[in-house]
Design a binder for this molecule. Structure first.
Ligand code: SF4
Length: 116
């Protein structure tokens, strides 16, 4: 049994229910073949704390959420597509704030995967 979490973009969550992530996650026969042979448990479904004009401005709260991944024995945090930002050349990379979250997660030994 793998305990997994999904990290999303706070801004995107204003217009996205997360249904797409969950559909991919639990569709073992098609897209989500990674866990085909293994049971998964959704342990957390969380967002960053935002940026610019849409920010919760709660650094302590964010630290708690990061720490809770370890406390909740999450095996892997998957980054939702919404945390990737498009560059002018069309390539995509994880937004800088989420990169900082990823770095903190890796420091405490929580594995992170881009996408599903
Ligand atoms: S920090 Fe990145 S992932 Fe979070 S709201 Fe801003 S753009 Fe979205």
């Amino acid at each position: 049994m793998k305990r997994i979490a999904v990290l999303r973009c706070l801004k995107s969550s204003s217009r996205c229910s997360g249904a797409g992530c969950l559909k991919i996650l639990f569709n073992k026969d098609k897209v989500y073949s990674k866990y085909k042979e293994e049971d998964i448990q959704l342990a957390a479904f969380w967002t960053c704390n935002g940026c610019d004009d849409i920010s919760l401005g709660d650094e302590e709260g964010l630290r708690r959420k990061i720490a809770s991944m370890e406390r909740s024995s999450v095996d892997v945090v998957h980054l939702s597509h919404c945390v990737f930002k498009k560059n002018t050349d069309g390539s995509e990379e994880v937004c800088p704030q989420v990169r900082a979250i990823v770095s903190e997660l890796e420091k405490i030994g929580v594995r992170v995967e881009k996408g599903f």
